[in-house]
Design a protein around this ligand. Structure first.
Ligand code: ADP
Ligand code: MG
Length: 287
């Protein structure tokens, strides 16, 4: 490998918005056999909006007040929704985020829990009556959350995030290059499958806790594959480091960009097949 051709390759990539931290990553990109994509903020725009809410006024007030303590994109969607409806936010006495599951808070002496089924189960909240509605939300690609107050089910809220326009085309191009494409998400299986289907992805790893994302990447490496991880979140950083090539979304968290070997500007997914094409062209020229 001549240093000059590597420089030409990384320079060409940079002009297109693909920033390699070092020339060696161009060689690594050339060898890729699988690409793991985070869902929220990577395949989707990461700006979710509330589509459905069922519950009374008090439930919305406590829900929104509790979510004010969370920095999760889902929380931001809920807070905006409530603000638009001129809900009076009330002071939270204590707040706990349960990564990958939801949140808990105490407000005016009431205990509110918001999150997925597992979280409700942990608190012994009966949510069977909500199951059909939940499944409908999830089959249409929405993220559904359950709300309990003082141990009783009080309502549900669904949030939808739009897919990036170029995601299906980028994924098709990656597959045409012989790359295995896999979606990795903390969201539930049904929601993940619905979004994956729209994007043209068959392989889905869902309900993965933030601290388990890197382990999933390792499992693919143990199958003997050179793998890239593409992600935007703080939660993705360990997986970005573990992967043979970590690719950060330029619009994502600073921590993710620091952990990655490559950054794609603007989060444009078409830059993924482009990076591979540039790496092939460069390495082939060298040999
Ligand atoms: P993702 O990988 O999509 O960012 P997370 O691992 O952060 O997902 O969260 C997984 C699930 O936990 C969410 O789909 C949601 O059901 C629940 N959850 C996470 N944060 C919150 C929150 N602030 N409020 C309610 N539910 C939440
Ligand atoms: Mg994300």
């Amino acid at each position: 490998a001549t240093p000059t051709s590597i420089m030409v390759g990384t320079g060409k990539a940079a002009e297109s918005g693909i920033l390699f931290k070092g020339g060696e990553h161009l060689e690594g990109t050339h060898q890729l056999q699988a690409i793991v994509l985070d869902k929220t903020g990577t395949i989707t725009k990461g700006k979710p909006e509330v589509t459905d809410f069922s519950g009374d006024e008090e439930t919305l007030q406590l829900l929104a007040s509790a979510e004010k303590g969370s920095e999760h994109p889902l929380a931001e969607a809920i807070v905006s929704y409530a603000a638009e409806r001129e809900v009076d936010f009330v002071e939270t006495e204590d707040f706990t985020a349960i990564p990958g599951h939801g949140i808990e808070a105490t407000i005016s002496g009431k205990r509110i829990v918001v999150g997925n089924r597992q979280l409700m189960e942990q608190h012994g909240v009966v949510t069977e009556g909500a199951e059909n509605t939940l499944v409908d939300y999830e089959n249409s690609g929405k993220t559904a959350m359950l709300i309990a107050i003082d141990g009783h089910y009080r309502g549900s809220i669904a949030v939808a995030d739009t897919m990036k326009d170029t995601a299906p085309e980028a994924i098709e191009q990656l597959k045409a290059l012989g790359i295995d494409v896999i979606m990795l998400t903390g969201d539930n299986e049904r929601t993940a499958r619905a979004i994956a289907k729209q994007a043209g992805i068959e392989q889905v790893i869902a309900q993965v806790l933030p601290e388990e994302k890197a382990d999933k990447v390792k499992e693919i490496q143990l199958q003997g594959k050179k793998v890239a991880m593409v992600g935007d979140g703080v939660n993705d950083a360990p997986a970005l480091v573990t992967a043979d090539i970590g690719i950060a979304i330029g619009t994502g968290a600073e921590v993710a960009i620091e952990a990655a070997d490559v950054t794609i500007l603007g989060g444009e997914l078409l830059l993924l097949p482009k990076a591979i094409n540039i790496s092939h062209a460069t390495i082939r020229n060298i040999r």
